[in-house]
Design a protein around this ligand. Structure first.
Ligand code: ZN
Length: 353
């Protein structure tokens, strides 16, 4: 069924499509990116159908690479938080970066790894899927930043120093509910040096997955606007992964942004894992984020291919339903454009060299 809704371009702040594709290799979910599939959330046909114009494609290294990835992620299994060594993490990151490059080459010009906001804008105009490479949890980066240098050369333009798992740079925030994000220590000395190195290279520092002390350490250290690529409002859903109003105030002051995460357990007031979560819940977070951050500070960070989404946004082809819900809630055309793509572009223009 083709939807009559206009295709507002969406530049989305977070997906785990590269990881999903690498772990699905050799399984019955090993589908072509260029054919419509029912597996996962993103492939090129569904991106085009939903107006997904591009986004930050995360490279995340799971702790347990031998686990059965056909089973849903268990946030309570300590094996999922075991530390991972640098060379192992770098090796697995290469698989995900290589997947991005192979897809770009196989796409015949329909997908492009972008290095700055101008390239992303060109892609949006020409209908080319814009890929910006992101690292989620910097285990792959050595403390001399040589891997950082090379990955930057390969197109890395944003990085979260830590996932919800302690590493050389920071502690990370557990996905506890209900809980304050003020759990554990902040950045290590190496973490402070990583923030400075990313500032120098024009790599966006991502605050999603940092605990509260780490957040304030980045706020003190970074010379760039503060960004949380895929986090929600703690005032509505008190998961430790979400942002308190004080944190939102600091992001606003810095001229930064927050991307709305579609994961039901980070959206719902009761923190439950159920796909029966109405679009209105996403709108409530957007309303709160706009109130706290202003119209220039709110964007999307779906977490597609890495989370459990509400049924109404079952995959990338459903993005027009969210756009329609924003319009129905009284968000004007300007605000919808800001949230769906303009704010990410502005942020990247400002941060990246
Ligand atoms: Zn994440």
């Amino acid at each position: 069924m083709t939807s009559p809704l206009p295709r507002v371009p969406v530049f989305d702040g977070h997906n785990d499509t590269l990881l999903r594709r690498v772990i699905n290799r050799g399984t019955d979910k090993d589908t072509s990116f260029f054919e419509r599939s029912e597996h996962g959330h993103i492939d090129l046909p569904r991106a085009i159908e939903g107006g997904l114009a591009g986004g930050l494609f995360a490279m995340f290294v799971p702790s347990d690479l031998d686990q059965d990835f056909t089973k849903p992620f268990n946030p309570n299994d300590p094996k999922n938080y075991a530390p991972i060594g640098q060379s192992e993490a770098l090796g697995f990151t290469m698989k995900m970066a290589a997947e991005a490059y192979r897809l770009e080459r196989a796409s015949g010009g329909k997908m492009k790894i972008c290095r700055n906001a101008g390239e992303i804008e060109d892609c949006i105009e020409t209908g080319t899927l814009a890929v910006s490479l992101h690292i989620e949890g910097a285990e792959a980066i050595d403390t001399d930043f040589e891997a950082l240098e090379v990955l930057h050369g390969a197109g890395l333009r944003s990085l979260g120093p830590v996932w919800s798992r302690k590493n050389a740079f920071a502690e990370g925030v557990p996905m506890h509910f209900p809980a304050s994000p003020d759990i554990g220590d902040g950045l290590s000395d190496a973490g402070v040096a990583l923030v400075r190195a990313c500032n120098d290279l024009g790599i966006v520092i991502d605050l999603s997955h940092l605990n509260e002390k780490g957040f304030w350490d980045v706020a003190r250290t970074s010379s760039h606007p503060l960004v949380a690529s895929h986090s929600n409002a703690h005032a509505i859903c008190p998961n430790a992964r979400n942002l308190t109003d004080r944190q939102l105030d600091a992001i606003r002051e810095s001229g930064g942004l927050v991307g709305l995460n579609f994961h039901v357990a980070f959206l719902r007031e009761d923190g439950r894992h159920t796909r029966d979560t109405p679009l209105d819940t996403l709108i409530r977070h957007l309303d709160h984020l706009v109130e706290k951050l202003g119209e220039d500070g709110v964007a999307l960070g779906s977490d597609f291919d890495g989370c459990m989404t509400p049924k109404a946004v079952a995959d990338a082809s459903c993005l027009p339903a969210l756009v329609e819900a924003m319009t129905a809630a009284g968000f004007g055309t300007e605000l919808v454009s800001n949230i769906t793509h303009r704010n990410w572009l502005r942020l990247m223009r400002h941060t990246q060299m």
